[in-house]
Design a protein around this ligand. Structure first.
Ligand code: GL4
Length: 755
């Protein structure tokens, strides 16, 4: 017995039934912290440091209770006291330490690494306000700092601190730690977040997220990805990155020595996985520490580093493959700039004349991925298609010289959070049908035996209806939004970016709006839900948000259409919102321009929760289709080869598609008088001009096919039993997308940790 009432009495002198959610949350937080603080650390000799600019960990209470085996007991005690975990969790603030798929992947990986009993910690920064809190005003995105640290958190302050020597000053770090218990594991791993005591929220300008970018001692860990559209922004990002990796490298070396390393054998004790290019400075920093602090000569320091560091590439978008002017790096940390120059000279000597693999280009710009590939021992992509594109196109010059370094590690998701904790009814349904072995091995294929079992299908249908009900209640309670709980729930949630093509779905909404106006009433009402943030400096992405919000309001106010079509944009989309949306979804929108979405991981979460996917042949969608079979999914659109060719030949002309009979009126509607009543002309005209003249991410190229496939999907939804049968087949085939499988592959091929 946990005896929560005794704890409540001791802490608040009241029984559970008289406590607020925030108080009950505090009781449970302390209970979990007591347990996890007492658990021993993993003792493995070789240890992984997973360095990442972001960790989108989500709320931790349910997940930690589940992993510690306390979930059922706590749920029962709360129920006996008239409340529930879902209610109590409303009082938990979601940590604001990440922003998108890359950060959420890092969080899933920490869960799997701990669950598999591997010795591995996450290392990052403790952002005080994360990215930003998004809200909508006048149908536009607005910002406020996300004050998650003002609430009780899972952070433990450690007494570990390092000196980080920048060119102009030295800063002392403070390390905070979050315990990461694995599922049914006796040992504990950690997420280690470095911070700076001098950081000062007061420098943020009232009512905005603006601040003095030059005041490094006060601003360093305020925000994730501060605006880098000017030089001071660039410098701040370099300050952040170097602060993160210098701390990480010092920590890894110190702990290796404590475990018995003599430094020369560092690679037997440490492996560092760098999550995209943001932590790449760890390479020159390791070399700096090994040579200046540990007295190792330069050649050996390079060799040691090369045996320690492995790199994951998460995108082929040029904007994300980081490049910094050498002069900026020099201004922030001259010693690191000098080491990079020396590393570049070695590359030049080894591959004379091969400009494509240079670290420093003719314009004195440093290519971070080049450092990571030359001076790491491994590079991997995150889905089969993505890795092929890296090998054959984007990084082909590197693949030619280092074929043995390249491998694929298709992403995965943790089933603990994305099924057991967020969809307990479905989890129970699976336990009742096939037992609980899937908790360990993620194998759900035995569910296929129920494909034609009407009772099971009706049960599954009922679970989806319940989750829709819970979503409807949640949206109403938190935002006053009313959705039809019997409507078909069609969801696109992810960062807002032209390549993800939210604008294509918006154009379909315009199509559907006109269809309904013309009397073609859908058999079942449709609710289309968006969620996601746009980068503050990304104008077109903000215009797309604006278009969707304006459409939403137009439809809401049109009494002919409103009963049959509703468009919702959930503000401040985050992990907690995803945990309501994904279990409730009937349709998963995975419609990126082929070749552009490296993997996607939301696609896997929807599949696992029984949504059917509308997909382009991109990222991990391709593998999802392979596993589930083309009859159980809705593919459409051009192939990645076709798209890559179009780019290579500069052969895409949006005007050609714009002039098509079915498309022109949809695009023209963006600048119609009707929509203008809800919109800002400047934003809508800019978007219209962009789509008709540039359309760099080709929203129009697949639009006709998209309209057809959407109509097919909605009509097939009418056969509920057959829809649910295919939903079951999706769930049954999701096992491959468990992050445990991904982590086993990383460990077998790259990390070689014992367990
Ligand atoms: C991303 C990719 O865009 C996304 O497809 C992938 O699933 C994710 C994790 O590998 O990484 N790359 C960047 S940058 N942000 C992402 O979310």
């Amino acid at each position: 017995m946990l005896n929560l009432n005794e704890r409540a009495q001791a802490q608040f002198e009241k029984p559970i039934s008289e406590l607020s959610n925030a108080e009950i949350y505090k009781v449970l937080l302390d209970l979990v912290q007591e347990k996890t603080n007492a658990m021993p650390a993993n003792q493995g000799k070789r240890k992984l440091y997973y360095i990442s600019a972001e960790f989108l960990i989500g709320k931790l209470l349910s997940n930690n209770l589940l992993n510690l085996g306390l979930y059922d007991e706590v749920a029962a005690e709360l129920k006996a006291n008239g409340t529930s975990l879902a209610e109590v969790e409303e009082a938990e603030a979601e940590p604001s330490l990440g922003n998108g798929g890359l950060g959420r992947l890092a969080a899933c990986f920490l869960d799997s690494i701990a669950t598999l009993g591997l010795n591995g910690d996450g290392v990052g920064l403790n952002y005080h306000f994360g990215l930003f809190r998004q809200y909508f005003e006048n149908n536009e995105q607005s910002y406020e700092p996300d004050e998650w640290l003002d609430h009780p958190t899972w952070l433990n302050k450690s007494d570990i601190s390092y000196q980080v020597p920048f060119g102009k000053f030295t800063l002392n770090s403070t390390l905070y730690e979050i315990n990461v218990p694995g599922y049914n594991q006796g040992t504990i791993n950690k997420l280690r977040l470095f911070d700076l005591d001098s950081v000062n929220p007061e420098i943020i300008e009232e009512g905005s997220i603006d601040f003095d970018k030059t005041d490094i001692k006060e601003n360093l860990t305020l925000f994730l990805y501060p605006d880098d559209s000017d030089r001071n922004g660039n410098l701040l990002r370099i300050y952040q990155q170097y602060f993160m990796v210098s701390n990480a490298a010092q920590l890894a070396i110190q702990e290796a020595i404590e475990r018995g390393s003599n430094i020369h054998d560092l690679a037997d004790y440490v492996v560092i996985q760098i999550n995209d290019t943001h932590p790449t400075f760890v390479i020159p920093e390791l070399i700096r520490l090994l040579t200046t602090v540990h007295g190792i000569d330069f050649d050996e320091a390079v060799e040691i580093t090369q045996n320690v560091v492995a790199f994951t590439n998460h995108t082929i978008l040029a904007e994300a493959l980081e490049k910094w002017p050498l002069s900026d790096i020099h201004e922030v940390v001259p010693e690191i700039a000098e080491i990079i120059v020396a590393l570049d000279e070695r590359v030049d000597a080894a591959f004379p004349g091969n400009a494509a693999v240079a670290i420093i280009d003719k314009r004195d710009t440093v290519h971070m991925a080049s450092i990571a590939i030359h001076y790491g021992f491994s590079i991997n992509g995150v889905a089969a298609l993505h890795t092929e594109i890296l090998k054959n196109n984007e990084l082909n010059h590197f693949y030619e010289i280092y074929p043995e370094k390249f491998s694929n590690k298709t992403n995965g998701i943790t089933f603990r959070r994305w099924l057991m904790a967020s969809n307990p009814e479905l989890s129970q349904f699976i336990d009742d049908r096939i037992g609980t072995r899937w908790h360990e091995d993620a194998d759900l294929t035995d569910l296929l035996a129920f494909e034609n079992d009407e009772e099971a299908l009706l049960d599954l249908l009922r679970i989806k209806e319940n989750n829709k009900e819970a979503l409807a209640d949640h949206l109403h309670r938190t935002r006053g939004i009313v959705i039809d709980r019997h409507s078909i729930i069609d969801v696109q949630i992810k960062r807002i970016h032209e390549y993800k093509r939210q604008q294509m779905l918006a154009l379909y909404i315009i199509y559907k709006y006109h269809q309904i106006k013309a009397g073609h009433i859908p058999a079942t009402p449709i609710t289309i839900i968006f969620g996601g943030k746009a980068a503050p400096a990304y104008t077109i992405a903000k215009d797309i948000i604006h278009l969707i919000l304006a459409l939403s309001e137009l439809i809401e106010n049109d009494l002919d259409v409103a009963p049959y079509l509703k468009v919702v944009f959930v503000d401040n989309y985050n992990v907690s919102e995803a945990e309501y949306l994904i279990p409730a979804a009937n349709i998963s929108e995975q419609i990126s321009l082929a070749s552009k979405e490296a993997s996607g991981t939301g696609n896997m979460k929807f599949m696992l929760n029984g949504a059917l996917t509308i997909m382009t042949w991109d990222g991990a969608n391709v593998e999802i289709a392979e596993h589930v079979g083309e009859e159980n999914i809705y593919p459409f659109g051009k192939s990645s080869e076709e798209i890559v060719d179009l780019y290579a030949n500069n052969a895409y002309d949006p005007q050609y598609y714009y002039k098509q009979e079915r498309i022109k009126p949809l695009v023209d509607f963006i600048i119609s008088d009707e929509l203008a009543a809800y919109g800002i002309p400047e934003r809508l005209h800019r978007l219209y001009k962009d789509i008709t003249n540039k359309d760099y991410f080709m929203a129009l190229i697949d639009l006709e096919e998209f309209i057809d496939v959407k109509e097919k999907v909605y009509s097939e939804y009418e056969d509920r039993l057959d829809w649910t049968r295919r939903s079951l087949i999706n769930i049954a085939n999701a096992g491959f997308f468990s992050a445990d499988r991904t982590i086993e592959e990383y460990n077998k091929d790259i990390w070689h940790l014992e367990n």
